[in-house]
Design a protein around this ligand. Structure first.
Ligand SMILES: Cc1ncc(COP(=O)(O)O)c(C=O)c1O
Length: 402
């Protein structure tokens, strides 16, 4: 019997953190913390919080142990609890909805705009009830979820907007950091994110001093000025992670630019394939955490790409409302057809800082070859293939800008 072929290492990996590793810089930052011995609430935490608040144009940043704890902390700080509802999306990583459920509130899932893949403001309005305590949009894949319109809805109903910006470090809206529009924005620094730690970490940013004060107490066993003022948690950011993040943050803008150049390359090389490419609103500075195309035969396309040495991934194969622990929760009245279509069709192409022009050409050639095998031109979904946004009742037509 012939032995099976050894696994091929892909010619283009899905991600290669080594190409932006800054190993020596990180080693120096970590050694400094070890020498100082201030592992908890260390100076590097305060320094990173100041740096990251400034990067987002926000007054306050509260470092946390992960993106999930940042979300939970932010939701608790705006008062979410048992009996409340939180309007959010199902097209996201499960942690968004889990954080809501852990506060005792119930997520209510609204559908997405198929072009931007983010929450539809008209669906948010339709989902709001007397029990709604927060709106949690997700800047999925790095495209801001209409921050201007959601801030207007939040102000109209008196409901805070707590954005899940885990994919969107460096994303802008109308030229300003997207975080400036939400009451609170929450970030994950999971290592593969646009700004990644060397382990788990997260943060929330806000302009509201009361939210920041409550969040600081909640993340540190409920302590404030020497008193225990609430039943808190241990959601603190590790000083070692803060030191690493502080060393990496000055590179974030150049890494975002590298992601945007790669996305431009894909758009140029794939525009005539019929594949549904990411589109953006005119106001959006897309941070391209992920470059997600759509195809009705997604799994076959992915397998073909693997045969051609390209490692593509799926974010996320199941919408959250379709996962067993979340099936009991309510959805917006029109259901979630666009969310479900995205889960069936989405495919993330390799995209990371340091992806070369040659890599991009290799991926594009592999996509063309794969499309010939899996059924030619894709007529996936309602996405346009040319990078433009279709007319929607709630927003004028616009052309992509990154
Ligand atoms: C959209 C989204 N929200 C929340 C999280 C949770 O972040 P963390 O893994 O840092 O807890 C992630 C992480 O992958 C994410 O992608």
């Amino acid at each position: 019997m012939t032995p099976p072929d050894p696994p091929l290492s892909p010619r283009v990996p899905f991600n290669d953190l080594g190409r932006s590793a800054l190993t020596d810089t990180l080693r120096a930052a970590v050694e400094e913390v070890i020498a100082a011995g201030d592992f908890i609430h260390g100076r590097a935490v305060n320094a990173f919080e100041r740096q990251f608040a400034a990067h987002n144009g926000a007054a306050h940043c509260v470092g946390t142990s992960s993106g999930t704890s940042a979300l939970q902390c932010a939701l608790a700080a705006v008062g979410c609890g048992p009996g409340d509802e939180v309007v959010t999306v199902s097209a996201t990583f499960v942690a968004t909805a889990a954080a809501i459920v852990h506060t005792g509130a119930a997520p209510v899932f609204a559908d997405i705009d198929p072009a931007t893949r983010t929450i539809r403001p008209d669906q948010v309005r339709a989902a709001i009830s007397a029990r709604t305590r927060a709106i949690v949009p997700v800047h999925l894949y790095g495209h801001p979820a209409d921050p201007g319109e959601l801030a207007a809805i939040g102000a109209e109903y008196g409901i805070p907007v707590v954005a899940d910006a885990s994919h969107a470090h460096g994303a802008t809206w109308e030229g300003r950091p997207a975080a400036q529009y939400a009451d609170v924005s929450c970030f994950s620094f999971y290592p593969s994110k646009n700004l990644g730690a060397i382990g788990d970490a997260g943060a929330l940013v806000t302009d509201d001093p009361d939210i920041a004060r409550r969040a600081r107490a909640l993340r540190d066993h409920g302590r404030q000025d020497g008193e225990v003022v609430t039943v808190g948690h241990n959601w603190r950011m590790d000083t070692l992670q803060a030191a690493a993040l502080g060393a990496k943050l000055p590179h974030l803008d150049e890494w975002i630019a590298s992601r945007q150049r790669a996305a431009d390359g894909y758009r140029r090389l794939l525009a005539d394939t019929g594949l549904a490419l990411p589109a953006g609103s005119a106001e959006a500075g897309h941070a391209y955490h992920l470059y997600v195309v759509r195809h009705p035969e997604r799994d076959a396309l992915r397998a073909e790409l693997a045969r051609h040495g390209v490692d593509a991934r799926v974010h996320y194969p199941r919408a959250v409302h379709d996962l067993a622990p979340f099936r009991a929760f309510r959805t917006a009245p029109e259901g979630l057809p666009e969310t479900e279509a995205l889960a069936r069709q989405c495919l993330s192409l390799p995209l990371f800082p340091g992806l070369t022009g040659e890599d991009i050409h290799t991926v594009a050639q592999a996509v063309r070859a794969a499309l010939r095998t899996v059924g030619g031109r894709a007529t996936a979904s309602t996405d346009p293939a040319d990078g433009t946004v279709p007319a929607h009742p709630h927003r004028p037509t616009a052309t992509a800008r990154n």
